[in-house]
Design a protein around this ligand. Structure first.
Ligand code: GDP
Ligand code: MG
Length: 176
């Protein structure tokens, strides 16, 4: 607030193995590892410059696979914005995103103004693809949310995801 650098917090949610840690690691540290500890919950505290303004951006990379229990609830209560992650190579993970999306709306209330960006990962694995661009376009309209196709491995469209979320959070929470 008041002349200081505004602070925003984002939570990254999605099924185990879809590439949440790889996505956040690519954005926060610009590296890609072949293996991440699936049990570690990592918090990144970044200073980011976007559209000429500096912000503090805290990103929580969640772990665990218990998506539909109370475990997500405290993350959702505390997050200002959400990155919902599925793998383009695993259609079932898109249904998990749908559940999490509904869970967020139940907890936050008010569909219109919760900052959410939906991310399909592993775009580089073209031969294993199960979710088409057309399917994503239709869901983007149905859900009223932005979708991105990304590759953490190649670094494709990763910054765009977090820039878009930050833009939405700034709009929703102008005072941080
Ligand atoms: P999480 O459980 O959602 O955090 O998933 P991880 O980030 O641990 O990724 C699971 C596996 O998918 C790891 O072996 C990653 O190296 C791999 N992976 C993640 N993102 C990509 C990507 O963009 N391309 C490819 N080819 N593999 C990826
Ligand atoms: Mg992980």
């Amino acid at each position: 607030g008041m002349g200081g650098v505004l602070r925003y917090s984002a939570v990254v949610l999605g099924a185990g193995g879809v590439g949440k840690s790889a996505l956040v690691m690519r954005y926060g540290k610009n590296v890609f590892l072949e293996q991440y500890d699936p049990t570690i919950e990592e918090e990144y505290d970044l200073t980011v410059e976007y559209e000429g303004k500096r912000s503090r951006l805290e990103i929580v990379d969640t772990a665990g696979v218990e998506q539909f229990t109370g475990i997500n609830e405290s993350y959702i209560q505390r997050g200002m914005g959400f990155v919902l992650v599925f793998s383009l190579t695993q259609e079932a993970s898109l249904r998990d995103v749908d559940h999490i999306r509904q869970q967020i709306y139940r907890i936050k209330g008010g569909e219109e103004d919760v900052p959410i960006v939906v991310v399909g990962t592993k775009m580089d694995l073209t031969g294993e693809r199960e979710v088409s661009s057309q399917q994503m376009k239709e869901l983007a309209v149905e859900w009223g949310l932005p979708f991105y196709e990304t590759s953490a491995k190649k670094g494709w469209h990763v910054n765009e995801v977090f820039n878009h979320l930050l833009a939405r959070m700034r709009k929703r929470y102008p005072d941080g």
